[in-house]
Ligand binder design. Sequence first.
Ligand code: SAH
Ligand code: DHB
Ligand code: MG
Length: 218
Amino acid sequence: MTENKENEGALSPEAYLDGLFGEDEDLARVRESIRERGMPDISVAPGYGRLLTMLVTAVRCKAVLEIGALAGYSGICLARGLAAGGRLTSLELKPEYAALATANIATAGYGAFAEMIVGDALTSLDQLQAAGRRFDFFFIDADKENYPNYLERAIKLAAPGALIAADNTLLRGRTLNETKQGPAVQAVRDFNRRLATDPRLLGTHLPSYDGLALFMVR
Ligand code: SAH
Ligand code: DHB
Ligand code: MG
């Protein structure tokens, strides 16, 4: 044990900071709806949810695209930041998750500004591209094996200066562990390498919680 004993019993930085903010009624309701249904609570970390709201607000986003909706936690965080006339588009594979996210987003008051597209996200992204849609904020948070594909699609759909955020870039440490070579790990490593080397992109990673990539399309 090399940890210093003086800090025994200390909270993690994330737990300490989350404790300062607590969780509001609408987000607590999302978590409760996940628990009731026995779904995995893999919603975005609370601190990153607040960051999503802040970024969407700061950049005055009008068209936000989320890949992977689950129960609507990140959708509510994103919708909270929308400028007047702004819209959230969410892509979700599972019809039952899409229905729950739609209901939770509506209960939080954003139903009129939110669109849910059910189905495989790669197909939906190609349809959005064919329809000539453009977005100024992306939140990538679906199946990790497709992160490189989602990045390529997002760059194509990006308005100039668009922001791209992506959750779970550390995969609970597996990304950093060379003995881990599964398909999700390899895909996320490839994704992270592309972010670091693509001249069209400018940004960085936040290593708290499970890692968040935060990049801008030049
Ligand atoms: N962004 C959510 C959490 C998403 S969890 C939040 O923070 O609240 C990942 C989600 O991606 C799950 O709901 C899962 O069903 C969905 N998903 C997995 N594969 C997908 C695919 N190929 N296309 C669209 N959604 C997918
Ligand atoms: C996990 C967490 C996530 O935020 C996610 O999008 C997928 C999986 C997890 O901890 O397993
Ligand atoms: Mg995630």
